[in-house]
Design a protein around this ligand. Sequence first.
Ligand code: SF4
Length: 464
Amino acid sequence: MTASAREFKQQADRLTRDLRHRGLIQTAMGKYEVVRDQTKAAFQDWGAARQRAAEIKWEAINHLDRYLVELVKNLEARGTKVHWASTGQQARDIILGILREKKARSVIKSKAMTSEEIHLNDALEQAGFGVVESDLGEFIVQLRKEPPCHIVFPAMHLTRGEISDLFEKELGSAPTQSPEELTMIARRVLREKYITADVGFTGANFAIAETGMISITENEGNARLTAALPKVMVTLLGIEKVLPRFEDLALFLPMLATMGTGQPLTCYNSFYGGPRQPGEPDGPEEYHVVLLDNRRTELLADAEKRDALHCIRCGACLNVCPIFRNVGGHTYGTTYSGPIGSVITPHLRGVQDWKHLSYASSLCGACTETCPVKIDLHHHLLQNRRDASKQQPSFFEQMAFRTFAFVVKRPAIYRLVKQVGRVLQRLHPLIKGTRLDPAYAWTRTRELPPIAPQTFKEYWRARQ
Ligand code: SF4
């Protein structure tokens, strides 16, 4: 078992027993489900909307070569400097290079999962730059020195009391249980940072090839301030964020808001097409866009699982996943958690090290059913399992299946094994759940299904 698999198991074991942690997730998800369903009902035909979204993403991903070139051409036409990063290391080097060239000292950031993916904050801090997250949830987890727990709700695992304690300790504020007051405390700290930051850093929700624009959707207005106040703006995005046309946003913006937070539309929707143009009153003097591959093209080359690149990071599959709802986001040990994280992480970070995530699924299919862009998530988990065992077959698994095949191909042996099994089954309670139990991994937490007292054949024979 790899270190990451062992850690996952230990964390999952601990957190499934932690009723407080589970309660926090269930409460947050319960509220989310109510508003999501209300907003979804406002769509005239949700099924048709999903189908259209899946088709648009299919078109974008299957013609990524063309749309990326179009995007870059249109971005550069308005003076944006576009950079290509094949790996996380390259992306970090590019961003550090920009900061050094601009003699920057501090960076204000708005929420960007791609920056988590390349561990940008650590790289910036190690290089001596000050970096502050401006999204409230991200600000909280940054103060706690931990990664986000969820791709949309980074601090969903914390109570108001815990946040108040954190602010008291780190910011010297007075204790409070009021969400408004907690927000105001963060706001006071952050306002100062916007004004003094040299560089504003953002992620992107979509990139429009037709117009060369980066679309950012948010609820706090922090991304707007991040983009508007510092002199230099840097946006990091995965190459899969491209949409062909501006009009596609008429579907994707409400869809992302509906499935992400249950809102008809998020509060602020901004588009960035370049640095401040002559006659414009605000905006950065310099705008850099970093396009990140980081093994996405390897996933693109895999025709079977390519549709995982359709993901718009709404988080809806996490919210319905029975595994995520019990173990939470940190247990996964990855940037992207839940079903989509389990599908793409083995591709982004190595199949053998992360294959265990494909087994962290009940295969109930709730993720596939909810995904607004119709990614076949639970089948991809099965395909990941298949690919991992093909790449590095497990000796025990092979032996188990060979033995099974040997037995079921020989009716006389099969009958014998069945009868012996029925006898041994009666003795099983003596060792059940102990280390002497050959089925310990299963019976430690579950019941072993009993062998039926009569097979169908025996029943049929008796009936005659
Ligand atoms: S896989 Fe689908 S449901 Fe999950 S985050 Fe991506 S778009 Fe949302």
